[in-house]
Design a protein around this ligand. Structure first.
Ligand code: NAD
Ligand code: GLY
Length: 388
C-alpha cells in the first residue's frame, strides 16, 4: 500500500500557494477535513482565542465544559471562556492533572463526574484546551458521554496542532498499553491559535517539529525542502512560518484521514518512525523522552531501514539525522539491547499475525508499510546505538 490517494494542498489561506485569506485576518488559514457528515474545518491563525468569530457556527448548546489541565488552564481558559460568552448559557471548567501519567480511566472518570454532577445534557459541547493528552482524553470523554456529545479541539502544543487534534483518534492509556482504550470520534472544529505556542517550552516545540518533519518524507518532498529552509524561523516561533507549517501538516493529515479515517490502510503512513519511537518510549518508561523526541529518533531509524531495503539512497538517512538534530531532537537510539528492542516493537499495535510491519519511505514524498526481516532490524538497531 502506498500513497495512491496522494495528499494534496486543500486549505483556504494567504499561503505561498496564493489561495485567499479570511477577510482582514493576517496569517489566518482554514483547512477542511472532508469526511461526509463528519466533516469539519481546522482554523489556523493568531488571536483566535480572543476572537468570538472563530467559534461561530458551532452547535448551539446551553452548556459547555472547557477541559484543560493545571498548566494550560491558568494561561488560556479565561480567554476562551470570554470568547465563548453568549454562545452557551453556562461555561464550566475542569483542569485535569498535567501529564501522560494522568491519561487514565481514573482521571477520565472525573470528566464524567463533572458533567453528570452539573446535569449536563447530551447537547453539551466539550472544548479540549491543551496538548495531545487533554485532546485525546476530552475527545474520548465526548465520544462516550451520553453516547456522544460534540467536541472542539483547541490545541495549544505544536504537536497537537499538526497531528493529534486532527483525525479523530481519541484514547486513554491502560496499564498494559498506551492509547489502548479509545474510539474514532471526530471533533466539530479544530482551532489552532498560534499565539498559544509562545508559552510552550522549547523542548515541547522541538517535539512538535518531529511531527511536522514527518509529513515531508511520507507525502511532500517539497515540504521537506521548505522545513529545512525555515527551521530556524520555526524554532524562533515566527508566526508566518508556523502558520505554513501547521497548515501544510494539517492539509496532508486531512487528506490521508479523508481517504482512510479508520486506518484500514493508508493512514498507517502517519506512523512513520513511530514503531521505533514507541519502543523508545516504552523501553525507557513513558515520559523519559517526549513522544515527539522518540518519533524524531525513530524517523532516523526508519529512514535507515528504508535505505537498507534499497528504497532510498543512504544520503537520505543523513539528511533526516541532520534535520532532526537541527530541530533539537535526540537522534541516538537508547541502548535498550537488541532483544528488548525487538520485543518492544513486536508488541506494537502494528504487529499483525506475528509479522512486524514498518512504515518505510519508498521514494521521497511517498510511504508504505511492509514486513521487514528481523536481520535488517538488528542491523538498524546496532547502527544507531540501540545495542546494550
Ligand atoms: P502534552 O499534552 O502532554 O503537552 C505537553 C506539555 O506542554 C504539557 O505539560 C502541557 O501542559 C504543556 N502545554 C501545553 N500547551 C502549552 C502551552 N501553550 N504553553 C505552555 N505549556 C503548554 O503533550 P503533546 O505532545 O501535546 O501530546 C502528546 C499526546 O498526544 C500523547 O498522549 C500522544 O499519545 C497523543 N497523540 C495523539 C495523536 C492522535 O492522533 N490522537 C497523535 C499524536 C500524539
Ligand atoms: N497520529 C497518527 C494518526 O492520527 O493516525
Amino acid at each position: 500500500m502506498s500513497t495512491s490517494c496522494t495528499p494534496t494542498a486543500g486549505g483556504r489561506s494567504e499561503s505561498p500557494a496564493g489561495t485567499p485569506s479570511l477577510p482582514g485576518e493576517g496569517v489566518r488559514r482554514i483547512v477542511p477535513v472532508q469526511l461526509a457528515e463528519r466533516s469539519y474545518d481546522i482554523l489556523i491563525g493568531c488571536g483566535l482565542l480572543d476572537d468570538p468569530a472563530s467559534w461561530a457556527g458551532l452547535p448551539a448548546a446551553a452548556s459547555a465544559l472547557i477541559v484543560s489541565n493545571t498548566t494550560v488552564a491558568p494561561l488560556y481558559a479565561e480567554r476562551l471562556e470570554r470568547a465563548l460568552a453568549g454562545r452557551h448559557r453556562r461555561v464550566l471548567h475542569l483542569a485535569l492533572p498535567d501529564g501522560e501519567a494522568y491519561k487514565t480511566a481514573a482521571v477520565l472518570e472525573t470528566v464524567y463526574d463533572r458533567l453528570l454532577g452539573e446535569a449536563c445534557d447530551r447537547k453539551t459541547v466539550l472544548y479540549a484546551l491543551g496538548g495531545g493528552v487533554v485532546g485525546d482524553m476530552t475527545g474520548f470523554a465526548a465520544a462516550c458521554y451520553m453516547r456522544g456529545v460534540p467536541f472542539v479541539q483547541v490545541p495549544t502544543t505544536l504537536l497537537a496542532q499538526v497531528d493529534s487534534s486532527v483525525g479523530g483518534k481519541t484514547a486513554i492509556n491502560h496499564p498494559l498499553g498506551k492509547n489502548m482504550i479509545g474510539a474514532f470520534y471526530q471533533p466539530v472544529r479544530v482551532v489552532c491559535d498560534l499565539d498559544t505556542l509562545d508559552t510552550l517550552p522549547d523542548r515541547e516545540l522541538s517535539a512538535g517539529l518531529a511531527e511536522v518533519i514527518k509529513y515531508g518524507p511520507i507525502a511532500d518532498a517539497a515540504f521537506l525542502d521548505w522545513i529545512e529552509a525555515h527551521l530556524d524561523a520555526l524554532r524562533a516561533r515566527d508566526k508566518a512560518a508556523l502558520a505554513h507549517a501547521v497548515q501544510r501538516s494539517c492539509e496532508i493529515k486531512a487528506q490521508v484521514v479523508g481517504c482512510d479515517e479508520r486506518e484500514s490502510g493508508l493512514r498507517a503512513i502517519l506512523n512513520f518512525g513511530h514503531t521505533f519511537g514507541h519502543a523508545i518510549e516504552a523501553g525507557l518508561g513513558y515520559g523519559e523522552w517526549l513522544h515527539g523526541e522518540a518519533v524524531g529518533c525513530g524517523m532516523v531509524m526508519a529512514a535507515d531501514l528504508s535505505a537498507r531495503l534499497g528504497l532510498v539512497p543512504a544520503a537520505f538517512v543523513d539528511r533526516m539525522r541532520r534535520l532532526c538534530e537541527r530541530a533539537g531532537l535526540p537522534v541516538r537510539a537508547p541502548a535498550l539491547g537488541t532483544p528488548r528492542w525487538l520485543a518492544l516493537m513486536g508488541l506494537d499495535k502494528k504487529a499483525e499475525g506475528g509479522e512486524i510491519r514498518f512504515v518505510v519511505i519508498d521514494r521521497l514524498g511517498s510511504a508504505r508499510t511492509q514486513a521487514v526481516p528481523e536481520a535488517l532490524l538488528r542491523q538498524v538497531i546496532a547502527a544507531h546505538g540501540g545495542e546494550a
